[in-house]
Design a protein around this ligand. Sequence first.
Ligand code: HEC
Length: 234
Amino acid sequence: MKKSLITWIGALSTSLALMSSCTSDPDSPGLEYMPDMYRSPAIEAYVDYGEVRARIDETKKVRQTALTPPQFTVPFYGTDSALVELMMPYHRAANQNMRMTHGFYGERLSAADEYTLAAMDLKNPVMLDEKTLEEGKKLYTSMCQHCHGEKGDGNGPMVTSGAYSGVPNYKEEARMKLSNGQMFYSIYYGKGMMGAHRSLLNKKEIWTLVHYVRSIQYPDYLAAGMISDSTKKN
Ligand code: HEC
């Protein structure tokens, strides 16, 4: 008798619990316990929900977030003073013609031919050692090789497939004579058919690539201390 009463009470409470968690609305999730666990505020980059703790600001919902930082904002690069100095904004401005060729609008542009002036920028501020070249090879393989080719002869798959042309051999005389600064300038801002890489690579990475391109041009770059116009630490 007692047992059947317990069973009966158990069955009743179970069916009550089941019934109370159901509603006739097919879209309703039913009764939710601790809804904040599965209804956490979605905070995603680039999306402004205009909501803070359930208070909605409708005006924010239509506004663009993730704004471009103010001009000349310097990102934080830690406390290593050499690295911080290296990452300071590039002192050479793009040529004003590059507004047309490379889409540089609304920024400081120079009427002077800064590419030619960059012939005087001889020193590569990144230390040259094996690790630098390894790092350079990695960057080169992922960012440059498809156009310039593994050997730097201008025959990357983009070129051999016929999709693209005009990529020079690094070993042609004019390119051998480029100063480190000119290489940097061209990779940073782009040149001719090559686009700018400044939004893809930071300054340290670009200088590392300049070392790597040199090592393609001069196979004994590292060993023979072809460092005259390049490395020497500051
Ligand atoms: C989309 C194809 C393409 C990619 C990707 C590319 N380049 Fe180029 N690169 C070119 C072309 C085309 C030129 C010739 C530009 C000219 O002189 O008109 C060039 C020229 C250069 C030069 C010679 C610049 C000068 O001043 O004469 C260097 C150095 C160079 N590239 C390095 C790189 C590095 C390093 C990367 C990878 C970060 C890279 N390029 C990625 C197409 C490319």
